[in-house]
Write a protein that binds this ligand. Structure first.
Ligand code: AMP
Ligand code: ZN
Length: 116
């Protein structure tokens, strides 16, 4: 999609540092981090939101990449200080601001519940 910021990052039109990349997905640092570590896991193909995923294989791709990156950061949820949170904001009420599916992987602090 021509005016989508994540498509522009995927194509290289907007230069970005990739924490991880394969043929289906890429991972970047969030521009406005909400935790000491805040990564975005983004499918290369433009899909608007979680509500628009028609191929369930895409969930396998993005979740596998997310847990792979979490493990590479030493995060496995087994200790008091190495848990993490995965967030998918969806739609306006869900707080989604970029209309290209992405998962937030947040870590490095304690997270409250319920979320804000
Ligand atoms: P959401 O509000 O769930 O749609 O998340 C979009 C996220 O993308 C926000 O946390 C933004 O800070 C982040 N963001 C927007 N533009 C960029 C960019 N060029 N590089 C990295 N992160 C970005
Ligand atoms: Zn896009």
């Amino acid at each position: 999609m021509s005016d989508c910021v994540f498509c522009k990052i995927a194509s290289g039109e907007i230069p970005s540092e990739f924490v991880y990349r394969d043929e289906d997905v890429f991972v970047i640092r969030d521009l406005n981090p909400q935790a000491p570590s805040h990564l975005l896991i983004i499918p290369t193909r433009h899909v608007v939101s979680a509500a628009d995923v028609s191929d369930p294989a895409l969930w396998s791709i993005v979740m596998s990449a997310t847990t792979k990156v979490a493990r590479s950061l030493g995060l496995d949820g087994t200790k008091e200080d190495n848990g993490f949170r995965i967030v998918i904001n969806t739609g306006v009420q869900g707080g989604q601001t970029v209309s290209h599916l992405h998962l937030h992987l947040l870590s490095g602090r304690n997270f409250g519940w319920p979320p804000g």
